[in-house]
Design a protein around this ligand. Structure first.
Ligand SMILES: CC(C)(COP(=O)(O)OP(=O)(O)OC[C@H]1O[C@@H](n2cnc3c(N)ncnc32)[C@H](O)[C@@H]1OP(=O)(O)O)[C@@H](O)C(=O)NCCC(=O)NCCS
Length: 157
């Protein structure tokens, strides 16, 4: 079964509803809140932030932010880096996280992008297994205590 997810631009009309999407309190150590991501996007233009809300029907259930085609450098992974991904606590475990990645992957592949990087904070409840299950593999690097992963887009169906 495929899970229907739409990636939607964040505007003044939906910004508050998207910012209200929150993870479990126990997961807050793994990902920043949506509002903080808006702020980070403003504060870090060098990261060339690209972000979208994830909707199912008319309900915002998640948020995703990438660094889009940056020149990698100190503290900046890329060219394409999955910077934030979260699914609201009450919406998790239904395939939405996977569906968001599927949408992102399709978009990147349409642009001819060969690989997507991400990183995760290790520890109890870490999203590491989610990424590994999706097909990301460790690059062997650790950045600021976060394990760096790579997804090969060229070999995906
Ligand atoms: C990680 C996250 C995005 C996954 O979204 P989701 O919608 O719950 O994931 P899915 O329902 O698509 O799950 C896909 C698979 O990953 C597994 N999975 C999801 N989260 C997991 C976790 N934290 N640990 C282990 N496995 C996990 C699911 O069990 C499922 O496995 P299955 O295919 O064998 O059934 C979501 O749990 C989340 O927002 N977590 C908090 C924020 C976070 O850590 N974000 C990533 C850091 S940027």
């Amino acid at each position: 079964m495929t899970t229907r997810i739409r990636l939607v631009e964040v505007t003044d009309a939906n910004r508050a509803a998207v910012a209200a999407v929150r993870v479990h309190p126990s997961q807050e150590r793994f990902v920043a809140p949506v509002e903080k991501s808006f702020q980070d996007a403003e504060d870090h233009p060098e990261g060339n932030p690209w972000y979208r809300a994830a909707y199912t029907d008319d309900v915002p259930v998640g948020f995703v932010m990438l660094s889009w085609d940056v020149t990698p450098g100190p503290g900046l992974l890329g060219p394409y880096f999955l910077w934030r991904l979260l699914i609201g606590a009450e919406h998790q475990g239904r395939g939405y996280g996977t569906a968001v990645l599927d949408e992102v992957v399709a978009l990147l592949r349409a642009h001819g992008v060969p690989e997507l990087l991400t990183s995760y904070v290790p520890g109890e409840g870490t999203p590491g297994p989610f990424y590994l299950g999706y097909g990301f593999v460790p690059t062997g690097e650790v950045e600021d205590g976060e394990v760096v992963l790579r997804l090969d887009l060229s070999s995906r169906p």
